[in-house]
Design a protein around this ligand. Structure first.
Ligand SMILES: Nc1ncnc2c1ncn2[C@@H]1O[C@H](COP(=O)(O)OP(=O)(O)O)[C@@H](O)[C@H]1O
Ligand SMILES: CC(=O)OP(=O)(O)O
Ligand SMILES: [Mg+2]
Length: 397
């Protein structure tokens, strides 16, 4: 069997994650790394293979302030890591696929143009995702460039969870509740199938809590509803994004406060959420360590909105069999998990406090009606799997 090499690039709102896989009978990771803390004063690069640490350094915030600069660093690490090995394909996380892109594709130039048109619907992601495709094409011109979409997993939404109560023609034109973090949800469900096949078959709520945060209601492995919608602004509050908001606030800012559309966009995407409420930081680690009333209130609001959304997801699914926490906060912030679960005893959640503090895979207690899991998400592996499938099919979808 031929051994192939696959690279993956995943530009999130505060990070660029990357990995290198060998693929013979399915992708096996041989290197992974990330630049995290983008947009903060402390961007940090780390990369490791199974046997050694390849990079672990604070980047100069003057030089790595944005995704573009960080991408140059990442491509350099990947070129050195690949060495003389031929890179057969590069899989990219593309956050918005809109109406047209509902499964992974080999990217052609005309696709890039169509995907660029979606930049305004995901300004913190889409331009960086597409820059990644272009940079990877320049660095590895012989490799297949594969796009995997965050929105694709959610195209199974029933109509009521896919629409807004707007005139119907807007739905036809693509104003829909797309939902995001689909690659993460898809991976988590595949992992749940391995570790708890019974739970995976039931009604599952997955919470992806990272710098971007969303929640997904999943039945029989398919997405039924998502807290995110047309853009990745809706639903839960996030590092710098507002989450659910009365659209009347936007009208007020435009009409009465005379803000420009660009200023409102900047406010809602870059200065709201945990950062806006705390006046301190978008990073949950800093908020948990800080002892200011504003930092505490920011976390209170975050937890409260998660609880509301969990209640809504339980209603969407007519009950819950399993809950999964993932993403940077979901995987590490045990206090947040404890606070979310504490008030759901009435629904049948009993948390094991010790397991939760240790961030074990199963954090519910033996008698809990609802199983609660912490699963380290792996969008890179999901991208590599899709990419390997396309490679095996000779690039045909
Ligand atoms: N040990 C930790 N405790 C609390 N929060 C953490 C911890 N590690 C990471 N986080 C949070 O996770 C966020 C990053 O999540 P991640 O899913 O990696 O980001 P992205 O959305 O950019 O992909 C950080 O901004 C931070 O708030
Ligand atoms: C869609 C989204 O918010 O992604 P991320 O959490 O990676 O920023
Ligand atoms: Mg992410």
């Amino acid at each position: 069997m031929t051994m192939r090499h696959i690279l993956t690039l995943n530009a999130g709102s505060s990070s660029i994650k990357f990995a290198l896989f060998e693929d013979a009978a399915g992708p096996v990771e041989i290197l992974r790394g990330q630049v995290e803390g983008l947009g903060t004063a402390t961007p940090h690069l780390e990369a490791r293979s199974s046997s050694r640490i390849l990079a672990d350094e604070r980047l100069d915030p003057e030089r790595a302030t944005d995704h573009e600069a960080a991408l140059t660093v990442v491509i350099d690490v990947l070129q050195r890591a690949a060495g003389r090995a031929t890179v057969d394909a590069i899989g990219h996380r593309i956050v918005h696929g809109g109406l047209a892109f509902t499964r992974p594709i080999v990217v052609a130039d005309e696709d890039l143009t169509r995907l660029e048109a979606l930049n305004p619907l995901a300004p913190l992601h889409q331009p960086h995702n597409l820059s990644g495709v272009r940079a990877a094409h320049r660095a590895f011109p012989g490799a297949l460039q594969v796009a995997c979409f965050d929105t694709a997993f959610h195209r199974s939404h029933p109509w009521v969870n896919d629409t807004y109560a707007l005139p119907r023609e807007l739905y036809e034109q693509g104003v829909r509740r797309y939902g995001f973090h689909g690659l993460s949800y898809e991976y988590v469900i595949s992992r749940l199938q391995e570790i708890a096949p019974q739970a995976e078959k039931g009604r599952v709520v997955v919470m992806h809590l990272g710098n971007g945060a969303s929640m997904c209601a999943i039945r029989d492995g398919r997405s039924i509803g998502s807290s995110m919608g047309f853009t990745a602004l809706d639903g839960l509050p996030m590092g710098t994004r507002c989450g659910q908001l009365d659209p009347g606030v936007v009208l007020y800012l435009l009409q009465e406060k005379r803000m420009t559309a660009a200023a409102v966009t900047d406010l809602l995407y870059n200065h709201s959420g945990l950062k806006g409420l705390s006046g301190l930081s978008q990073d949950m680690r800093e908020l948990e360590a800080a002892d200011t009333p504003e930092a505490r209130q920011a976390v209170d609001y975050f937890v409260d909105r998660i609880r509301r959304e969990l209640g809504a997801m339980a209603a969407v699914l007519s009950g819950v069999d399993a809950i999964v926490f993932c993403g940077g906060i979901g995987e590490h912030a045990w206090r947040v998990r404890e606070r979310v679960c504490r008030d759901f005893e009435w629904l049948g959640i009993a948390l094991d406090a010790r397991r939760n503090r240790a961030s074990e895979t199963v954090i519910s207690s033996e008698g809990s009606d609802i199983s609660v899991f912490v699963i380290n998400t792996n969008e890179e592996l999901m991208i590599a799997r899709h990419t390997a499938q396309l490679l095996a099919a000779g690039g045909k979808t």
